[in-house]
Design a protein around this ligand. Sequence first.
Ligand code: BT5
Length: 265
Amino acid sequence: MDISQITSRLAGLAVPAIQYFEQTGSTNDDAARWVMDGAPDGSLVVADLQTSGRGRLSRRWVTQPGSALAFSLVFRPTLSEEAVVGLFTALGALAISRALETHLGIQSEIKWPNDILLNRKKAAGILVETNWVGNSLQGLVMGIGINISPKAIPPPDQLLYPAASVEDAAGRPVDRLDLLREVISQVIEWRPKVGDPVFRSAWDERLAFKGEWVTIQEAGDQGGTPLSGKVVGIDPSGRLVLRLEDRKEVPVAAGDVQLRPKELN
Ligand code: BT5
């Protein structure tokens, strides 16, 4: 993978500028710096290896060289998009899931809020971060990591949840630049629909553990009582709705919870 291969593979897509690093700390950090340096909407940072890839809540995201996709898209949200900024994680998840389906015929599930599961194992994650100056949203960075080949899967002691790769599910080699093109095309296609009913239903169709009992432990509250309930769906702002034992429906805010099937707790 190099910059000229990436550029030619993405030809025709609305990606105005690309940075490629054989090795970097985190493409989200590179993209955040680029936001401040004037990166245009739709700019892309790609790396083959990340030495300090990040997940949510200061967790690590492992990117092994030659076997994964690690990239970040820079957006300059419009005023109407600012109102639905909380749904951009869902946009990334839907784009990956649709790309896997249309390009490779693979069915995946979205584990709320930001994981893509293949056969109930995590194959991709999304980390959306926003850059503010005072009250003004300067940019939004959508970071995506996808395990392409089994070599991308970290050792089990580095995982909170079982992991998988796209090639495991496809049963054949997968060209990561073709998949990159497909995911970005899906992001571009679905971005104008973020928050629309059609977006929500496409997302909801893929929601993992629907109708199943799950337990959610709120982050920063590790000692607190976990919330258990049946997964109902997502609400218009992207919160997960759980039906508790007393049948009360409770929305859980995105970003700071862990979701596990009951049997794993
Ligand atoms: C995520 O966080 O899943 C978000 C991952 C986003 C990664 C992209 S890569 C490009 C961009 N640059 C970055 O620095 N980040 C973004 P979270 O839901 O918090 O999951 C993190 C957890 O996933 C870790 O604690 C591990 O248990 C697990 N994990 C780490 N690396 C993994 C891998 N390669 N495959 C599967 N699971 C992994």
